[in-house]
Design a protein around this ligand. Structure first.
Ligand code: MD3
Ligand code: FE
Length: 219
């Protein structure tokens, strides 16, 4: 029987542990699982106040990922460009506050990866359904590239693409499942990345959906 490097548990249990995927990036397997019971109701409250929507890119394409935001700043895209702002353009209201459990999880994960004192002011919430994909891109709309980005995967599994600093660099494929957390920092912060089209592999709690929480220091 095979055993992984990080646990003595039988193979049915997902491994816990820290995998380096770049000079300053780590996958924390299962790190969000102890938080999941509190995360899901908090997510429901965010969604009730700021519903998921499909944004249009400056080039006129509708994104297949549906998204919303919480925290002081929210990321949006429209024909005028990409930017962060304090208000939801759908309602004119401020974005919902970042739930305390979101902030605690993001801060704990960042610290686990060596980034002490991470205080995100933006949380993008992405929703994937079967067939949804995110093509290779860089995240360049934040003011401070010194802060890490923390990403939390919930629901259906996905294959994350982790490329280099040029779009043409070969991308590694990293499987992410419910409860995995990834922390990206330092020289990895501007690497191209994306998500392959999702297969329909329904999750026990979330059904045929994947939710990704992405915490940033945007302002
Ligand atoms: C790596 N989201 O929202 S996770 C995004 O799974 C985004 O929903 C993906 O890419 C998702 O922009 C990937 C997070 C992620 C975010 C920013 C990064 C990974 C990153 C910046 C640099 C390198
Ligand atoms: Fe991104």
């Amino acid at each position: 029987m095979t055993r992984d490097l990080f646990s003595d548990a039988p193979d049915a249990e997902p491994p816990r542990g820290k995998e380096a995927i770049g000079p300053a990036s780590f996958v924390l397997r299962g790190f969000a699982l102890p938080f999941a019971d509190a995360l899901l109701p908090a997510l429901g409250e965010v969604e009730r106040r700021a519903g998921f929507r499909h944004l249009v890119t400056p080039g006129g394409f509708t994104m297949s990922v549906a998204m919303t935001n919480c925290g002081r700043l929210g990321w949006i895209s429209d024909r005028r460009g990409y930017r962060y702002g304090e208000h939801d353009p759908a309602t004119g209201a401020q974005w919902p506050a970042m739930p305390a459990v979101f902030e605690r999880l993001a801060q704990a994960a960042a610290a686990e990866a060596g980034f002490e004192g991470f205080r995100p002011d933006a949380c993008l919430v992405n929703r994937y359904e079967p067939g949804t994909r995110l093509s290779l891109h860089q995240d360049k709309d934040e003011r401070d590239y010194a802060a890490p980005i923390v990403s939390v995967s919930l629901g259906m599994p996905a294959t994350f693409l982790f490329g280099g600093l040029a779009r043409s660099d070969k991308a590694a494929r990293i499987p992410l499942v419910h409860g995995d957390v990834v922390v990206w920092g330092g020289p990895d912060r501007l690497r191209y990345h994306g998500v392959l089209p999702l297969e329909d592999r329904a999750h026990a709690l979330l059904g045929s959906r994947r939710i990704n929480l992405t915490f940033r220091k945007a302002g």
